[in-house]
Design a protein around this ligand. Structure first.
Ligand code: PGA
Length: 256
């Protein structure tokens, strides 16, 4: 972890979850409420249909609720999309932008992702900007080039340590049970840190860089101990309160 940076443990439910899953959100909200400290920030990004009810359930808890995507415009003729303002209107505080599934399924480019992050900032949300290489890019030793290109292409000029979080998610590690070695993660995160510092100065030093891709209770401690890993973006293991709280507990332990 980066010294003096408050880690973020964030869950991305993707297209999973109906109203009956709100019991999991309730259990998470209660589970983090009893924490000794608020040294660790927690967040769940459910499907858009659940954001409003989820924020109501988590009102008395430090658990925050966010969106999984937003449109780059505040309103208009964009059937099926939701704006950052709408997420903020539902009391969401974060939004994920540029997840690899959005980049692949919806053809989102760095340019679009940057506009979405700027829209999130305009609405007062913190943007979690996802970047990461594909298996082919890794095999061609292009990982660091890809990260550099995505960082500078996807971050708007107004990005600060408060309104922006980076999530490094190797595409080949998402939902596969595979993770890079600790050394590979350390190399990638220290590279991103250096790039962020070069571009954003002191803000870049404090900007959180999460790791995502097959994070689970069993590997959380090892991942979190790596320099410049300031939290986790968790897919599958964030659907159940038991697993999410176990990962959160590892962070609490490490920051105690
Ligand atoms: P996973 O997903 O934890 O299921 O690998 C991570 C993500 O896509 O954010």
């Amino acid at each position: 972890m980066t010294p003096d940076v408050r880690p973020l443990v964030a869950g991305n439910w993707k297209m999973n979850g109906t109203r009956e899953c709100l019991t999991e959100i309730k259990a998470m909200a209660e589970g983090v409420q009893g924490a000794l400290s608020e040294k660790v920030e927690t967040l769940i990004c459910p499907p858009a249909t659940l954001i409003y009810v989820a924020t109501a359930l988590a009102t008395d808890s430090p658990l925050q609720i966010g969106g999984q995507d937003c449109h780059q415009k505040a309103s208009g003729a964009h059937t099926g999309d939701i704006s950052a303002e709408m997420i903020a209107d539902c009391f969401g505080t974060y939004v994920i932008v540029g997840h690899s599934e959005r980049r692949t399924d919806h053809g989102e480019t760095d340019h679009i992702v940057r506009d979405k992050a700027a829209a999130a900032h305009d609405a007062g949300l913190t943007a979690i900007v996802c970047i990461g290489e594909t298996a082919d890019q890794r095999d061609a030793y292009e990982t660091l080039d890809v990260l550099k290109r995505q960082i500078f292409g996807s971050l708007p000029p107004g990005a600060t340590a408060e309104n922006t979080v980076i999530a490094y998610e190797p595409v080949w590690a998402i939902g596969t049970g595979l993770t890079p070695t600790a050394t590979d993660i350390a190399v990638a995160h220290s590279f991103m840190r250096a790039e962020l510092v070069e571009f954003f100065g002191d803000e870049g030093r404090r900007m959180r860089i999460l790791y995502g891709g097959s994070v689970k209770p069993a590997n959380a401690a090892e991942l979190m101990a790596i320099d410049n890993v300031d939290g986790a973006l968790i897919g599958g293991a964030s659907l159940k309160a038991k697993d999410f709280l176990a990962i959160y507990g590892v962070y609490e332990g490490l920051t105690a």
